[in-house]
Design a protein around this ligand. Sequence first.
Ligand code: ADP
Ligand code: MG
Length: 476
Amino acid sequence: MSWDVVIGIETHVQLQTKTKIFSGASTAFGAEPNTQACILSIALPGTLPVLNYEAVQCAIKFGLATNAEIASRSIFARKNYFYPDLPKGYQISQYELPVVGKGSLEIEIGDIKKTVRITRAHLEEDAGKSSHGAVQNGTGIDLNRAGTPLLEIVSEPDMTSAAEAVAYAKKLHELVQWIGICDGNMQEGSFRCDINVSVKRAGTDKLGTRREIKNLNSFKFIEQAIHAETQWQIEMLEEGKTIQQATVLFNPETGETRAMRSKEEANDYRYFPDPDLLPLEISDEKINQIKESMTELPHLMKARLERDYQLSSYDASGITSDKHVADYFFATLKEGVEPKQIANWILGQLFSKLNEHNLSIEHSPIKPQVLSLLLKRIQDGTISNNGAKQLFEKLWTNSDLEIDALIESEGLKQVSDSGLIETMIDEVLKNNQTMVDEYRSGKEKAFNALVGQIMKASKGKANPGQVNELLRKKLS
Ligand code: ADP
Ligand code: MG
């Protein structure tokens, strides 16, 4: 009997504001514990929240980027629960009326495109952190993170495999960085996913009971956790047991998911509108203003790269996966250099080098102007593709080297002197009469074999384009 997997994802995106969502305390990561815990963060009685407009702007940008409804009026609510890292005894969040409503995100799994519906995205504050073992014989509470602005993005249960879930999480991760609302640093917890998983009999409509895997902060863990959880649920059901709705944790060391608590219901939280905060009102004018300030969205840029520069869908996806990569691409684009060739070099040679050295493209020692010149020298026939790869290696460790001088000193200049090439061709033709006869009797393969011989005679330095052209002429 086979089973269908159903997945919905809640993502907590830490917004890139300088200060907290309801106070002026800094949000910078990594400070000494409690040095960024202002009177609001520690919930001194009598302190009042003031909404940070920058956080609202981030939410609006996200709404615009996912083609979502942006509420002209939304409400902040108190979500009540007790936890040591939440001194107020409630978290300020949004419940019935979130700032961002229904939207969507298109994902790609190989060649297949799929639209994942977004249910809502709401603004809320983060809690503090309990640090077990940070103090002797006890747990330390660090309230630096308390009040950091979050956008919680909730998807519909539209994903049907771990691959789709990872594609969605990656796409969302790319998007929030592209529009500049999140630094995307998953290790620091700036982007974390709760993955809801259920299974049902293949082909049936009724959804099974979900379990929610909390707080995954790597794509690898998302994939592993879904596999482990799916397998566990299927085993349970096949043994005739039922699934209890629960919140579970994934342990990367054992590769298992384990129930942490049975699932709480919304009414357990006693949500109610926060009397300290006015409804959030957003005018169409404001939305339009923000819309105009935004850079071209990645999916639109991707379409433009395919249309205007004839990039393949794969290449265009790669170039628009990150704003800095796109910037690099456009900075390399100069007259006389093929866009397709630039994309190949960025996604191939450059990416593998950057990966190897764990560098982001902004810190590439080879700058766009240098790559541009290098590719130009391939295009104008000065060097071969292989020659360019050798130069690329040299330039990686010393980007001050002057390309044309380097071509000379490395002896990588192709022979483009037609007189010289013709002499080589004559020599090769004289010594390979059988191949010539074969070509003349219609065997195209023989032509390539002759080109190979000529390239060999030139020690790989003859310009292949010219060799082809001149040989064709000689044999015609
Ligand atoms: P809660 O806060 O109780 O987790 P939310 O409505 O915020 O509830 O989020 C529920 C998440 O679970 C959504 O992402 C939704 O798509 C997903 N979901 C709901 N039902 C199922 C199901 N049967 N299987 C998998 N995911 C589900
Ligand atoms: Mg949830």
